[in-house]
Design a protein around this ligand. Structure first.
Ligand code: OSB
Ligand code: MG
Length: 370
């Protein structure tokens, strides 16, 4: 494919309600969308970076900078035989996985659309009905949390993940487990604890959690191995995993029993595909994480989740849980069985609502082949 045009658009989208994690409260997302025109066909990607550098080191603005000043100039006007070749041109840029992942995503979508096949099938997906879970932010009022969980379970969702932080952990998990004794339940600390907190973390062992997600430092695989030796509950790594190499190290060190794969965090579909294949080979369950994506990111997550290594329910849920109106049509919906069906159309399989994107847009930048 020849990259004839790259259009960047930043949109600003208010969440229906604030989402609180151990690293902060988000009430509005600033999202960078990438559109490629390659051989006359559009492909779309979404940057999953957060507004501030508190999940990982990337932000909406670092992604904008790195794409505008380094990545887009390196690929505009060039011809690529494969997505591999495009990724190779971006490889000299260290880190900035989420910036690269969005460009790779746009290339995959364009490639699938030009072959007139769904992206999930181009990636080699086999699963057509994807089990879906919910990530519940931190609630000050546990009664409200219990009610919201009841509504999500009634809607069919297959797994509930609770955000926790120091001072807001054991009592919350205890209340939820008491109210819902049999549900698949997990917790996610987003790196809020240290090994000093071992006594609290060990108390969480009592609640039959499917896993405990990223309790320790965002870049601390080794300490998670020390913690895992002292816990029955499998640790699931999120923030620590940027590549297949990280997964190999984590599994070799026995730092975790489960892997959360996020497309942006691992720089796109290529690396995500390698990771899920490796997890399958090693018998380590993987699942697809979320970053409060708008529809384009959500659609890419769905395509990725169709690969056979995604054996646990993911965080990819209905558009309407987060957005008044999503930027794709139709919006992502979840069946009463708590599943998402892979789309049948070409590429990401959803139509992009350009008119809504124009209304939400706060800045834009275009690159054209000369
Ligand atoms: O750790 O999984 C996380 C949202 C923003 C940043 C990090 C995380 C999350 C979520 C939300 O848990 C998952 C979703 O998109 O529904
Ligand atoms: Mg997480």
């Amino acid at each position: 494919m020849k990259i004839e045009k790259i259009a960047l658009r930043e949109i600003s989208m208010p969440l229906k309600q604030p989402f609180e994690t151990s690293f902060g409260v988000t009430d509005r997302r600033r999202i960078v969308l990438v559109e490629f025109i390659a051989d006359g066909i559009s492909g779309w990607g979404e940057v999953t970076a957060t507004e501030g550098p508190y999940y990982n080191s990337e932000t909406t603005d670092t992604a904008w900078h790195v794409i505008c000043d380094f990545l887009a100039p390196a690929i505009i006007g060039k011809r690529f035989d494969s997505v591999e070749a495009l990724a190779a041109v971006m490889a000299p840029v260290r880190g900035h996985e989420m910036a690269k992942g969005a460009l790779e995503g746009a290339a995959w979508d364009a490639a699938a659309r030009s072959g007139n096949i769904p992206l999930w099938s181009l990636l080699g997906g086999t699963l057509e009905s994807l089990p879906s879970g919910v990530s519940m932010g931190i609630y000050k009022d546990t009664g409200v949390l219990l009610e919201r969980i009841g509504a999500e379970l009634a809607a069919g969702y297959r797994r509930v993940k609770l955000k926790i932080k120091p001072g807001h952990d054991v009592y919350v998990v205890e209340a939820v487990r008491k109210a819902y004794p049999d549900i698949a339940l997990t917790v996610d600390a987003n790196s809020a604890y240290t090994l000093q907190d071992i006594s609290t973390l060990r108390r969480l062992d009592e609640f039959a959690l499917d896993y405990m997600e990223q309790p320790l430092g965002w870049n601390e695989i080794y300490q998670h191995a020390e913690l895992q030796r002292q816990l029955r509950t499998p640790i699931c790594l999120d923030e620590c995993i940027h590549s297949l190499r990280d997964v190999e190290a984590a599994i070799a060190m026995r730092a975790c029993g489960v892997i959360n794969i996020k497309l942006g965090r691992v720089s796109g579909h290529r690396e995500a595909r390698k990771i899920q294949e490796y997890c399958l080979q090693k018998g380590v369950p993987a699942w697809c994480g979320g970053m409060l994506e708008a529809g384009i990111g959500r659609a890419h997550n769905i395509a990725m989740s169709s690969l056979p290594g995604f054996v646990m329910p993911g965080d990819v849920s209905a558009s309407a849980r987060y957005w008044h109106q999503d930027i794709i049509e139709p919006e992502v919906t979840v069946t009463s069985q708590g599943t998402i069906s892979v789309p049948t159309g070409p590429g990401i399989g959803f139509a992009v609502n350009r008119e809504l994107i124009d209304r939400l847009m706060v800045r834009s930048q275009e690159f054209r082949a000369s």
